[in-house]
Design a protein around this ligand. Structure first.
Ligand code: FE
Length: 236
């Protein structure tokens, strides 16, 4: 028996892992950071090979981890989790500082951070396991609770993109029947937002009566920032 949903019972923490390449910064949501040994203090972190943050860490050999608070809004998680740094500058309009490694540290919604230097990289199929030495760490916003992955799933109704280390397919996505133009509702698999064509998305200049298929390719979920390919048809 291989009931992968059992893995949802593991507890993880929600973080933003950031790095640099030259004078460019990028970061993404990661829930697979854990302490490996106490002395010297070291962490391990698993990251998809295709992500831009991976490219930056492979180049600079440093990264930072901003540990997110329970109160982090979905739109903020979406910006770092479901958008690619190849399309947007994730560090625009957020508060961050440059750490002693030169890598950026996200400060918004952060209860603590870690700065680390990569000591070893291990290929694991689609991901790299980075083993890194902690060179600095600090607690911020001491009164706030960190967000666990279980809280993100169960309370915030957040989901995981396919590229994440802990992605588990829950159910097959519904396929759109060919040739049928439809005005059906679509659900964001990341946050549960429902796109209703009868309502449209007036806050983002999408008129009522716009079918999901007719939304522009760069349209994103107004709740969490996930792209159109993270939506699935809502069956009647
Ligand atoms: Fe969403």
């Amino acid at each position: 028996m291989l009931d992968l949903e059992a893995l949802f019972k593991l507890s993880y923490g929600m973080c933003i892992v950031s790095s640099k390449k030259g004078n460019r910064f990028n970061g993404c949501i990661v829930n697979t950071v854990f302490q490996l040994v106490p002395e010297p203090p070291m962490v391990a972190m698993s990251l998809n090979i295709q992500s831009l943050t991976h490219e930056y860490i492979a180049d600079s050999k440093v990264f930072t981890v901003s540990i997110l608070s329970q109160e982090t809004p979905m739109l903020f998680i979406g910006k770092f989790g479901f958008r690619s740094g190849k399309e947007i500058d994730k560090f625009e309009q957020i508060n961050f500082k440059i750490g002693q490694t030169g890598s950026p540290i996200v400060l918004d919604n952060t209860v603590g951070f870690i700065e680390a230097e990569v000591a070893q990289s291990i290929d694991v199929v689609t991901h790299t396991l980075f083993i890194a030495k902690i060179v600095a760490c600090e607690t911020l916003d001491g009164g706030k609770e960190p967000m666990t992955y279980a809280y993100y799933r169960d309370i915030k109704h957040g989901r995981t993109p396919k590229t994440a280390a802990t992605y588990i397919r829950e159910k097959p996505a519904a396929k759109l029947k060919e040739g049928i133009t439809n005005m059906k509702k679509y659900k964001c698999l990341m946050c549960g937002y429902i796109y209703d064509p009868e309502v449209g998305d007036p806050d983002n200049d999408v008129e009522a009566g716009t079918a999901f298929e007719d939304l522009p390719d760069d349209w994103v979920c107004p709740e969490c920032g996930a792209g159109k390919d993270e939506f699935e048809l809502v069956e009647d």
